[in-house]
Unconditional design. Structure first.
Length: 217
């Protein structure tokens, strides 16, 4: 199946307001609002991804009769890479309320030349065999972190499906994920075309981890 990319802001909705506030250099200084907006966008993408899962008609007894409702038969596992993606991840957990969660510790190791590699320190996950995995992270910049982490997971487990979710993606990051994870479906709120020489997305929103949790030393 070719990689599918869903871009939320191709359709106008209230989500544009949440994203605008995250990008706005003044409003984003309010850490609580910055995290809350990430969480709300996580909820909205969770809703969109939920449309791709399996459903079965189920009888629900009301006080007055029986309603036949199509209910989701599977709970995906929701993963994130520490630390920027934590509030976005919480948004997914708010909607997939019985889902298990996975956490990855990874960071960029920058060389003197400015080039960097990704170092994965830890993957804390439940058994992912046969599971649908939603890997969410705020920024899909070069795409190297998410691609490396997902490749490591795919080497260990036979996933049923893989969804990559990001608040803001770069065009380059999407291309990198498509090339390295051809079966993954990508879900993002916006796509920006440029990146700085340090691989920060432009216009992007700046440093997502620092804005949510304070400047990292
Ligand atoms: O697509 P890539 O080029 O791999 O970059 C994306 C990574 O950068 C951000 O983390 P950041 O480095 O800001 O770390 P932090 O979450 O610890 O602040 C983001 O949360 C991703 O994990
Ligand atoms: O634009 C970017 C890229 C990586 N990490 C961030 O926090 N922002």
């Amino acid at each position: 199946m070719p990689t599918h990319t869903f871009v939320l802001n191709k359709t106008n909705s209230i989500a544009n307001q949440f994203l605008a506030e995250m990008r706005d250099v003044n409003i984003q200084q309010d850490k609580y609002r910055f995290r809350k907006n990430q969480e709300r966008l996580g909820e909205i993408l969770a809703y969109e991804i939920s449309k791709t899962l399996n459903y079965e008609v189920t009888e629900v007894e009301t006080p007055l009769g029986t309603a036949n409702i199509n209910l989701n038969t599977e709970q995906p596992v929701i993963a994130t890479i520490l630390r920027a993606g934590l509030p976005f991840h919480q948004g997914f957990l708010n909607f997939f309320d019985r889902a298990d969660a996975a956490f990855v510790t990874a960071c960029r190791k920058v060389k003197k030349s400015g080039a960097f590699t990704i170092q994965i320190d830890q993957i804390s996950a439940p058994n992912l065999e046969g599971k649908t995995l939603i890997m969410c992270d705020t920024m899909l910049a070069t795409g190297q972190s998410i691609a490396l982490v997902c490749k490591e997971i795919i080497a260990q487990y036979n996933l049923k499906a893989l969804h990559i979710a990001a608040v803001i993606s770069s065009t380059e990051g999407i291309a990198h994920v498509r090339a390295n994870l051809p079966k993954a479906q990508i879900w993002t709120c916006a796509v920006d075309d440029e990146m700085t020489s340090k691989a920060y997305i432009v216009p992007g929103l700046g440093d997502a981890g620092d804005l949510a949790f304070g400047e990292k030393v």
